[in-house]
Design a binder for this molecule. Structure first.
Ligand SMILES: Nc1ncnc2c1ncn2[C@@H]1O[C@H](COP(=O)(O)OP(=O)(O)OP(=O)(O)O)[C@@H](O)[C@H]1O
Ligand SMILES: [Mg+2]
Length: 465
């Protein structure tokens, strides 16, 4: 029987490697399939190459694809790539098996993959890892046990099983730092060739490929929440609208005065529905981008001045004095200006609506030191109203949670304000704290790391643009 002993995977030169790196995943898959087909043809006597998972095929054959897949250049054909074994077990060209060369190749192979990927040996020590691993789950040190990088028992168990001869498997897991992320780990055995395996039936190495499922999960969660809460919240104004429509069509058909009165209420209810939908949509948008930290530079002092101006009419209307104490000249943070305005508008509006008293409302902004020595901006919104009972505090930032539902509704609230605040603050990698004492008032404090100070010449104050 004609036998193929070895598939040598190599780029001809640096430019081939670069060309290959430029292929997208589908391109690599096509290329891998092509080379598999070519290999099967060349074998012509019956070497089984089937049964490979496409991803493993990509991993195993990625290095040869540059030779076969890129048009317009002279390439090594499959025949040159598939070399029969020499009787002494060495490559036909006489080169002894060189571990270092192989390791380099594994490194290049893993680096070319578009997702976080690692190759580990049968004892789960890292042989190669691409830079995407560090971004996703932290640094992977070559030669160290996989457990130092990936402390997920289910994945480690899968690696152990695959290293022991089991088939490829997929495991979903959640990483909690700094924000919740979900991943799927694809753990697959990689065999370079049957004869060379030190232990028959065991893989030479194990491929651990991660796929980020965070976005998908968030969408699923948001969809579920949206349906449950929004339908509940929309039902009330909708029921009221339908009731009035029936009344106008029926008993109040000829009562002009009643009709006019009902129309005012109906307009109010319709406005409430549209406010609710606006809030829900912006909450979804923020949630969707929760893991992307905003990157423009914003001065919180300017943001707060703008918020004070915007809410001055409400304070005036309620007869509440609204004061801003600027204890820092500037508080530059890395942020999204509109979102930050939204945060403080919500907090100050709440203070005026639910915590207003003759002592007024104070907004204090200052700079403070963190335990690690870095600097942060602290903005406190302080009211001297009735306060919030301790049992409500942990739930205050949940969507639609209100302490006093009728009061919030009558103030035109949707119960989404603090949920939006919390999500924006999280997205900015900041912290929201709430302290309240019955009868004395409430303090909502937002803390955010200060942006690096730029030289005067490079300063861009986006809050002024
Ligand atoms: N400063 C405060 N003092 C007392 N209670 C407060 C204060 N801030 C918020 N609350 C309570 O927390 C609840 C939730 O506030 P949140 O801002 O999430 O919703 P809302 O104000 O009712 O609606 P929206 O902000 O969408 O207009 C409020 O309904 C109110 O009961
Ligand atoms: Mg509010």
């Amino acid at each position: 029987m004609h036998q193929i002993g070895r598939i040598t995977m190599s780029f001809r030169d640096q430019s081939d490697a670069a060309d290959f790196a430029g292929l997208d995943l589908p391109g690599r898959l096509v290329a891998a399939r092509r080379i598999l087909a070519a290999a099967a043809l060349a074998a012509a006597g019956g070497v089984a190459l089937g049964g490979l998972d496409p991803l493993v095929a990509v991993a195993g054959f990625a290095l040869v694809t540059a030779a076969a897949a890129l048009p317009g250049r002279r390439r090594l054909g499959p025949a040159a790539i598939l070399r029969p074994p020499a009787p002494n077990g060495r490559l036909q060209n006489g080169r002894a098996r060189d571990e270092r060369v192989q390791d380099d190749r594994l490194g290049h192979l893993v680096a070319a993959l578009p997702e976080p990927a690692m190759l580990v040996d049968r004892r789960a020590r890292v042989l190669a890892a691409n830079s995407r691993v560090e971004v996703a789950i932290g640094p992977a040190r070559i030669g160290e046990p996989l457990t130092l990088t990936l402390r997920v028992p289910e994945v480690l168990e899968a690696v152990r099983a695959v290293a022991g001869g089991a088939a490829a498997r997929r495991v979903e897991f959640q990483a909690r730092i700094p924000v919740d992320r979900w991943y799927e780990a694809h753990v697959a055995p990689v065999r370079f060739s049957a004869e060379e395996a030190a232990a028959p039936g065991l893989p030479d190495v194990v491929l651990v490929l991660l796929r980020d499922l965070t976005q998908q999960r968030r969408l699923e969660q948001m969809r579920a929440d949206f349906v449950a809460n929004a339908s509940h919240e929309l039902r009330t104004p909708l029921a009221s609208l339908s009731g009035f429509i029936e009344t106008i069509q029926g008993p109040a058909r000829n009562d002009t005065a009643a009709r006019e009165r009902f129309l005012v209420i109906m307009a109010e209810q319709a406005k409430r529905m549209s406010r609710l939908i606006d809030d829900l949509l912006s909450l979804s948008r923020i949630e969707l981008n929760l893991h992307i930290r905003p990157d423009t530079r914003v001065d919180l002092v300017h943001v707060l001045r703008e918020v004070m101006d915007a809410l001055a009419p409400l304070a005036l209307d309620r007869g509440i004095e609204l004061r801003l104490a600027e204890q820092a000249a500037a508080l530059p943070v890395q942020g999204d200006r509109d979102e930050l305005i939204r945060v403080f508008e919500n907090l100050v509006e709440n203070a005026l609506k639910y915590g207003g008293s003759e002592r007024g409302v104070d907004v204090v902004c200052a700079e403070a030191a963190r335990e690690d020595g870095s600097r942060e901006a602290v903005v406190s919104v302080i009211d001297y109203g009735p306060g919030i009972a301790p049992e409500h505090l942990p739930r205050l930032t949940e969507r639609f949670y209100r302490v006093d539902v009728p009061r919030s509704r009558e103030q035109g609230g949707t119960g989404l304000g603090l949920a939006i605040v919390k999500h924006i603050v999280n997205r900015h990698r900041g912290r929201l704290s709430i302290a309240s004492e019955a009868g004395k008032g409430t303090i909502f404090a937002v803390r955010m790391g200060l942006a690096q100070v730029l030289p005067e010449s490079e300063k861009i104050d986006r809050s002024m643009s």
